[in-house]
Design a protein around this ligand. Structure first.
Ligand code: 6V0
Length: 324
């Protein structure tokens, strides 16, 4: 099915409505960030723990007089999805200290399948963003459960990892992270990698900057490892990570609602790009109100292509053995 086949049937954007499923740390960090944006009209909180959703809504609305006063925030249920533009799913178990994202697959697959079924029954036809871990697999399960076009369902993928990367590079080279361009690609997890040949400071190749400043290449590897292991470190120190992902999700919701055609690294459904198909994995893509407009295929070195293949194989094996 082409993207244009479902575009005309999507909800109008006169009333910009976002439904959050899962009002835990991650979901509420996004909700709090969205409160301070002017771009949405209605925010509905859904959780299996209805009291939690109600309490969170009560707490949030008390900030409205000092933020976006015309925003409607309330606890709801899946009937609220029918005319929503975007649903963000952050429901499910989170990593415990020492646990990998992939170890959450069994429990969160069940949750995603049941949330997806309820979304489908509501008649929702907007864009779904999945952040629950393991993110790439959960996005796959959500697409299967809802039957929506694979481009209408996307995962936050390596958006947070990429933000961490840009922050660390900016910090090391003393450049504003907004001027650092580059992506963590692959699984949102341990098999991710950085395509250094596609990384830039401004318009200048990062590898050239590294050479000019005589920075040992090991330093880049150290930055990558810091980024890869950041979640483990934060979870060890404070048991959960949520502000960074909350801000990433709010940025992504803006990009969708504003029909921005912005490039972000997300978990996207591959249909032959980078030599793979039939799975969700982190790649840069152009995002607008239809979800994924187009996946950008970057030129990868042979060794990066091998890393990408390994990451795809890791995810495919889990899909084959655990999900289907
Ligand atoms: P949390 O604080 O335990 O919140 C989870 C929420 O989900 C709770 O309020 C639950 O009641 C709710 N929930 C559970 N089952 C259901 C259900 N069937 N329907 C509706 N709601 C349900 O976890 P936290 O918010 O910290 O993490 C949520 C998910 O995000 C986890 O899977 C994390 O691993 C994942 N993260 C993803 C990141 C990313 O970059 N994609 C980053 C950080 C965490």
């Amino acid at each position: 099915m082409a993207m244009t086949d479902y575009l005309n049937d999507m909800p109008a954007q006169g009333n910009r409505k976002v439904v959050l499923v899962g009002t835990g740390f991650v979901g509420m960090s996004m909700a709090y960030t969205l409160m301070n944006h002017k771009g949405i009209d209605e925010l509905v909180l859904v959780d299996v723990n209805t009291e939690k959703a109600e309490g969170e809504a009560m707490d949030l609305v008390h900030g409205l007089p000092y933020a976006n006063g015309k925003l409607k925030v309330y606890a709801g249920d899946y009937s609220d999805c029918t005319d929503a533009n975007v649903i963000v799913v952050t429901a499910g178990a989170a990593q415990k200290p020492g646990q990998t994202r992939l170890e959450l697959v069994a429990i969160n697959t069940k949750i995603m399948a049941s949330v997806g079924k309820s979304i489908k029954e509501s008649g929702f036809n907007g864009v779904i963003v999945v952040a629950s871990n393991p993110c790439d697999i959960m996005t796959y399960v959500m697409q299967k459960a809802t039957g929506l076009h694979p481009y209408q369902v996307l995962g936050s993928g390596t958006m947070l990892d990429t933000a961490r990367l840009r922050y660390e590079i900016g910090n090391f080279f003393e450049v504003n992270p907004a001027s650092v361009h580059g992506y963590i690609m692959g699984e949102h997890g341990d098999s991710s990698f950085v395509s250094w040949t596609n990384a830039y400071i401004g318009c200048k190749s990062l590898l050239e900057v590294v050479e000019e400043r005589k920075v040992p290449f090991d330093q880049l590897q150290r930055i990558y490892e810091q980024v890869r292991d950041a979640a483990y470190e934060i979870i060890n120190k404070k048991r959960a990570t949520y502000y960074g992902i909350g801000m990433s999700l709010a940025r992504l919701v803006d990009a969708i609602l504003n029909n921005e055609n912005t490039v972000l690294p997300l978990s996207c459904y591959l249909e032959g790009q980078y030599g793979h198909e039939g799975l969700y994995i982190g790649v840069p893509a152009i995002i607008n109100r239809a979800g994924i407009r187009e996946i950008l295929t970057l030129p990868l070195t042979e060794s990066d292509q091998e890393k990408f293949d390994r990451s795809c194989n890791t995810l495919q094996e889990i899909i084959d053995t655990t999900v289907t």
